[in-house]
Every structure is written in C-alpha cells, then in structure tokens.
Design a protein around this ligand. Structure first.
Ligand code: NAP
Ligand code: MG
Length: 399
C-alpha cells in the first residue's frame, strides 16, 4: 500500500513520562506505516527545556505560527519536587502557558464519545465543547487582606497622570478585597477564536456571563462578543449554518443540563475552568478529552487534555505494561493530520485521520479498551488491555 504524502510538515512537540512513551508507540504502529510523516520536531521533554533555558518551547510556538498546525505531547510543569527529580537548573513556566501567550489562543476541550460509555446526563447525545478564555479575571487578580476599619478604593492613574477612582467598600472590621481586570483585545481574540472554531466544526455557539449583576465588567464581555459577531462573523456563520446565542450564565447552566449537547459553550476564564471539569467527568473520563488551541489568526495546536500520567510512568519504569488510555493522544494526531490535510488540500490525509479515529471508536465499542474505560463501560468488556495491546488492535483495523 502506498503511503500518504504530506505537502507540508506538522510541528511535533514531544513531551514527558508515560505520554512520551506512548507517543513513540503511536507513531510507530499507527502513523509511520501509513503516512510519509513529515514533521518538524521539538523536544519539550523537561530536561531539554531546562538545557535550552526553555528556548525550545518558544521556538516550537513560533514554528506552529509558521506552519499553521502543531501536535503536542503532555509535558511536566516543573515545581520543586520535579526540580529535584530531574536535577533542573531552574523552575520554568508551564509550556502550555508559554505557547498560549505566543499564539494568543483560546483552548477548546471536547470529549470523545463512545457508545459503551454513557454520559451521566442522559439527554446529551453529542459532545459539549468548552471554549475557555484563558486570560485575566481572577487568574491575574490582585488581592489584599483588610486588617480593620477603613475604605477601599479602586484608582486608575492614566498615562497622562489623570486619576479616576471608585469606592469598593467601607470596612467596619477585618475582611478581604480583590481587584481583577481584562483587556478588550484579549476578549476580541477569544470571541474570534470561538467563532472560527464553531464554523470549523459547524456547531452553534453559546456564550454566557453574569451581566445582570456585573454590568460594566461582564457587560463588556457581552458587548464585545456581540460586536465581533455582528461585524466579522455574522455572514460567515450564516453560510456555515452556525447560530450564535447569548444568555445569562445561570440560564446557560440550566439549559446545558437539559440540552442534547452538540454545541460550543464559550466560557469566561473561571467558568471555563470549572465547567470543563464538570463536562469531562459527566462525559466519562479525562483520558477521553481532546484539547485544541486555536489562535485568532487561524493557527491550531492539538493535544490530549490529560497530563503525563506520572504514576503509570513509574510503574512502566519498573517493567509493567500499563493500561494507560492512548485515545486522546491518538486524537491529537488525527486532529492535527486532518487540519494539515484541510489546509494543504490533501483529502487522503483527511480520510486517513477519520479512519484512525473510527478505528479507535469502533475498537472501544467492540469491548477493546484500557482499564480506565472498563470501569465505566456498559456492558463490561471481557478483558482489560494494556496500552500496547490496545494500539495493536487499532492498527489491525487500519489494515
Ligand atoms: P494526569 O497526568 O492527567 O493524571 C491524573 C490521573 O488521571 C492519573 O493518575 C490517572 O488516574 C488518570 N489519567 C489521566 N490520563 C490518563 C490516561 N490517558 N489513561 C488512564 N488514566 C489516565 O495529571 P497529574 O498526574 O496531575 O499530572 C502529571 C503531570 O502532568 C504533572 O507534572 C503536570 O504538570 C502535567 N500536566 C500536563 C498537562 C499538559 O501538558 N497539557 C496537563 C495536565 C498536567 P489513575 O492513577 O487512577 O489511573
Ligand atoms: Mg479546573
């Protein structure tokens, strides 16, 4: 069988621990026999990030910008325990945060649905995708403890020296205060990324805030989102059959639970943080959640939503063939290959990506699965496979 030719490379970001081990197996068994794989490789393994003073991460993000599509393995975010474990010179920021800052992206998380694992919400027929704004609000807030009676004010000092202030509260005793912010440009990028994603996937967009209470802050999110829709995306959405719907966050939550799914839920930073965990666990398992970073300029980076599965890695190092679920990692590759195919106009690559995804889904539905899914599967599978057996079974279906 002739291998599928790629016109342009994918930017490949290798990572750490168990996901790095499986990354190799996926390439060897599921990709290289079928595709003349063209990648520009960056080793984001923790030790190499440390050796290069994180330059490799920055370079990889610029390469994604250049080529348009990247695929990333999970990576360790260093902390003091990891510094000791890997004998690191320094503590480096999370690679995902570095890449996101360079690509100016929004993260979309989508569960992989299979028939044998039913979502906890039985009305959900199609996956709910969370689009999380990843800048500002409570994640970049300034906070202060108030020790006793007094007044807290919010003061803006203009670049020209002018001042404006507003009273936050009159304290009669001890308390706490918080100041947070966001930027119009960041909210615009978020809205653009959401509409681009929804048009790509041909699904409706829901957006919700608490603008009835937070008239200025959340109100601004509502106005900007609507403005971007009206001025840049209304016609494109119409052409793609994509609807835009705004409601209050309370109403959105109630509707989501009663819905059939199949839409993009655009969330402010905190809402997205909390709701993506809710959606992931209600949909089944973290190992079945894909993640894609979409930049407003139309650049895409695909990855699994889960981390490096550290504990499984230590068991693998001791010689165990672990039952780590590679589904989201495989879908990161298929997502990236399909996007490459779409951009380069190589339909063979798109159909291969689809075939690969179907091979994973049909395997699971036939009872071929790893331990994490076996726990959730109805009916129960006859046998729990290790990762290597699972990948071999998927490879069999690719012919
Ligand atoms: P994790 O790797 O997502 O694993 C947490 C637990 O979830 C595992 O112990 C395992 O549960 C289950 N799990 C996750 N993925 C699985 C899979 N594919 N198959 C089967 N079970 C799976 O999170 P973590 O242990 O908190 O973090 C480990 C490292 O990953 C950290 O150093 C962190 O910095 C990094 N991280 C990276 C990313 C990223 O690169 N995007 C994201 C998150 C975390 P059981 O133990 O019960 O089997
Ligand atoms: Mg969270």
């Amino acid at each position: 069988m002739a291998k599928i030719i790629m016109k342009a490379p994918l930017v490949e970001l290798d990572g750490d621990e168990m996901t790095r081990v499986l990354w190799e197996v996926i390439k060897e068994k599921l990709l290289l026999p079928f595709v003349e794989l063209k990648t520009e490789y960056y080793d984001l393994g923790l030790k190499n990030r440390d050796n290069t003073n994180d330059e490799v991460t920055v370079k990889s993000a610029h390469a994604i910008k250049k080529y348009g599509v990247g695929v990333k393995c999970a990576t360790i975010t260093s902390n003091s325990a990891r510094q000791k474990e890997y004998d690191l010179k320094q503590l480096l920021p999370s690679p995902n945060a570095t890449i996101r800052a360079i690509l100016d992206g929004t993260v979309f998380r989508k569960p992989i649905s299979v028939n044998r694992v039913k979502p906890s919400v039985n009305t959900w027929k199609a996956p709910i995708v969370i689009g999380r704004h990843a800048y500002g609000d409570v994640y970049k807030a300034a906070e202060m403890e108030i020790d006793g009676p007094g007044t807290v004010e919010l003061v803006f000092t203009g670049a020209d020296g002018s001042k404006r202030s507003v009273k936050v509260a009159e304290f009669s005793g001890k308390g706490i205060v918080q100041g947070m912010h966001n930027l119009d440009e960041s909210i615009k990028s978020f809205a653009r990324a959401c509409f681009l994603y929804a048009i790509d996937e041909k699904i409706p967009v829901w957006f919700a805030t608490k603008d009835t209470i937070s008239k200025t802050y959340d109100g601004r999110f509502k106005i900007i989102f609507n403005e971007i829709y009206e001025t840049e995306f209304k016609q494109k959405c119409k052409d793609a059959g994509v609807e835009y719907f705004y409601t209050l966050i309370d109403d959105a939550v109630a509707r989501v639970v009663k819905s059939e799914g199949g839409f993009l839920w655009a969330c402010k930073n905190y809402d997205g943080d909390v709701m993506s965990d809710m959606i992931a666990s209600a949909a089944g398992s973290l190992a079945m959640m894909t993640s894609v970073l979409v930049s407003p300029s139309g650049v895409f980076e695909y990855e699994a939503a889960h981390g490096t599965v550290q504990q499984h890695y230590y068991r693998w190092q001791k010689g165990e063939k672990t039952s780590t679920n590679p589904a989201a990692l495989i879908f990161a590759w298929s997502g990236a290959l399909a996007k490459r195919g779409e951009i380069d106009n190589t339909p063979d690559l798109i159909s291969f990506a689809k075939k690969l995804e179907n091979a994973v889904l049909s395997s699971i539905d036939e009872g071929i699965m790893t331990g994490d899914l076996a726990r959730l599967s109805d009916p129960q599978p006859e046998k729990i496979l290790n990762s290597w057996e699972f990948i071999d079974a998927v490879a069999q279906k690719l012919g």
